[in-house]
Design a protein. Structure first.
Length: 298
């Protein structure tokens, strides 16, 4: 059955989330691609026929697969059988990761690669899985129990975990796998990534990729479940979030990401995110001010 994909956006409400999950989710008829305004780590432990989708790539997961997902990258999971689905999921807000990094040690290095939206994967052996689980279990416990020093312990354990991942990543040979995304679709993803802020049309893409526009659209839809227009819009809105959080004015962001007028941009942003670009930026600034005030109290 053809999957129906819908892109959604998740705003992290806290600096760190760490959860061991073994629930059997009730799957909806559609698979939701989503992104976060922060980083995500997923360690896959068990489950049958679980496939990870990260923009232009997809892979059926096996025990020990560690997926490192960059901020604003669309991703999702497809589960044919939801029984015995077991994993560890960690989300980290961008600002918090910068805060605990140092001039000499950038803890976000493991999330960055030459192709930013490709599947960033490390495969852990059983010994590495055990070490990862030991640190993440302590991190989850430190976050749940507000005992003396829990905040410092949380920061220390998260730093330890990220140092461990960054140390094993260069030493680990990238696992070989068959990307089941057709070449024509993979090339379409690449074209969109390179030309996102320009006036992208299906016709321009088709000419550049030397295919008929109807054929290109059909291949993209069949492989991913969503239309070219929907995907381009989703990518632009995600890029807008990034620029707004970095301090660019909503008006400037409109033209940075390829819109021709502000009204169209504001309507599209509000429909996708649930608030206007200006409201989104103000909420983010309010959160930063609250954190600064809290730090000054100490």
């Amino acid at each position: 059955m053809q999957k129906d994909y819908h892109c959604s956006y998740s705003i992290l409400g806290t600096d760190v989330i760490c959860e061991y999950k073994c629930a059997h989710p009730q799957l909806p008829p559609s698979i939701t691609l989503h992104n976060h305004d922060g980083y995500e780590i997923v360690l896959f432990l068990s489950g049958e026929h679980v496939t990870i989708y990260v923009e232009s790539e997809r892979k059926e997961l096996v025990r020990g697969d560690l997926i490192l997902i960059n901020s604003y990258t669309f991703h999702g999971l497809s589960l044919i059988d939801s029984s015995n689905y077991e994993r560890v999921v960690i989300n980290i807000e961008e600002r918090y990761l910068k805060k605990i990094s140092t001039e000499n040690t950038d803890l976000s290095c493991c999330f960055h690669q030459s192709s930013p939206n490709a599947l960033n994967l490390i495969h852990l052996n059983e010994s590495e899985i055990s070490h990862f689980m030991a640190i993440s279990s302590n991190l989850e416990r430190a976050m749940k129990e507000e005992h003396y020093g829990h905040d410092i312990l949380k920061r220390a354990l998260l730093s330890e975990l990220l140092i461990y991942i960054n140390m094993i990543r260069p030493a680990s040979a990238p696992p070989s796998y068959s990307n089941t995304i057709p070449e024509i679709v993979s090339n379409t993803f690449t074209y969109i990534e390179k030309n996102l802020t320009t006036n992208i049309t299906v016709e321009k893409m088709a000419r550049s990729l030397h295919h008929n526009s109807d054929y290109l659209s059909r291949c993209f839809r069949e492989a991913t479940g969503y239309t070219l227009k929907h995907y381009v819009l989703a990518k632009r809105i995600a890029l807008a979030q990034k620029y707004l959080r970095e301090g660019s004015s909503p008006y400037d962001v409109c033209f940075f990401i390829g819109f021709n007028n502000y009204s169209s941009f504001s309507r599209a942003f509000s429909k996708q995110i649930g608030c206007s670009p200006k409201q989104y930026q103000l909420m983010y600034r309010k959160k930063i001010r609250a954190e600064v005030c809290m730090n000054r109290q100490w």
